[in-house]
Design a protein around this ligand. Sequence first.
Ligand code: NAD
Length: 373
Amino acid sequence: MKNNSRRNFLQTMGVATLALPFVPTAYGKEKNVLPDVPYDGPVLRVAIMGLGSYGTRVAEAMRSCKKAKLVGVISGTPSKIEDWQKKYDIPKKNCYNYDNFDKIKNNPDIDAVYIITPNGLHHPQCLRVAKAGKHVISEKPMGLNAKEGQEMVDACKKAGVHLLVGYRMHFEPKTLEIIRMRKAGDFGKVLFFQGLSGFRIGDPTQWRLNKALSGGGAMMDIGIYSVNGARYMIGEEPLWVTAQEVKTDHEKFKAGIDETIMFQFGFPGGATASCLSTYSMNNLDKFFLNGTNGFAEMQPSTGYGPIKAHTNKGELDFPHETHQTFQMEEMSEIILNGKQPIVPVNGEEGVKDLKIIDAIYEAVKTGRKVDLV
Ligand code: NAD
């Protein structure tokens, strides 16, 4: 089965429980944010584009959503459309293919399109969805480079629609609790972050190893979690980047497809980050943050969970919630009610990561430190 190793990586801790979403309070205890009562507020009506592995995961997670609903599909495979119609009760009028989805413009029953196709397709598909006047949620990485990302931001702005990036960790309770603790000064002055992100990739013919569709290798796919994590864990934007590449399998990882990259950042407050992105090691998923007074450690830190986290003050033991359920509930609030998330998930946030990734690739190529400001 394709991408099996990735699924295993992301699923390290087994099937998620479908409890109600929780958020941490200032005391580190969980608080139920979606009381188990009927919801009659606005609902974000979503069409998923790309009915692959992750699209399926999002669709299943959305079954538990109250504020977002899967109402449409866009796919190039008629048999998949039929399956999904049956499984999720999707009317024929909300089904599109890659040739005709511009017609979604005339469909008043769809508010947003969630693009879950290979990376190289996000940019052109986003521009078309924006032109059709629908809100866009794009999977990560939002585009192949910062230029594409910025064009997506500009197109959505011009069309007057939201552009969000599928950064599910930005809603994850333990992640948010560590961010709260860092802001409260619990770790003292933050001076170091380590991010390790990797899995062993399988099938050499898959799109993730095809430069045109992936935009690169492990960095674009999984390394982006450490790039993004360094920023939200430290709470600053890096000033500079250095990076080194190691390739052990030139057959599988052809030119332009990175297997392993080590990268380092320097931050304005004096913190440094040391990270690793790889397609050659399984069960590599760890964040570590250290300040003058204490630390936070997460392992796994970005898989599908449950996330495990502890600090020098002890274990964080919030109940697990399916990340994508929580993400779509919150994205509905952002799009329909203008809610401001604690960690942004908008297009601009995605562009920041892509600028850094562009710089990492440049640092690998030149062997030099690359300034980001
Ligand atoms: P996948 O290969 O399982 O699914 C991709 C889908 O796109 C398939 O249904 C495929 O048919 C369709 N597709 C349309 N045009 C295609 C083309 N020209 N070539 C290949 N496939 C084409 O991949 P996936 O794992 O679902 O990843 C899709 C996106 O989701 C990627 O951008 C990936 O980075 C992202 N993703 C995000 C997370 C997360 O946790 N946020 C997890 C996994 C994947």
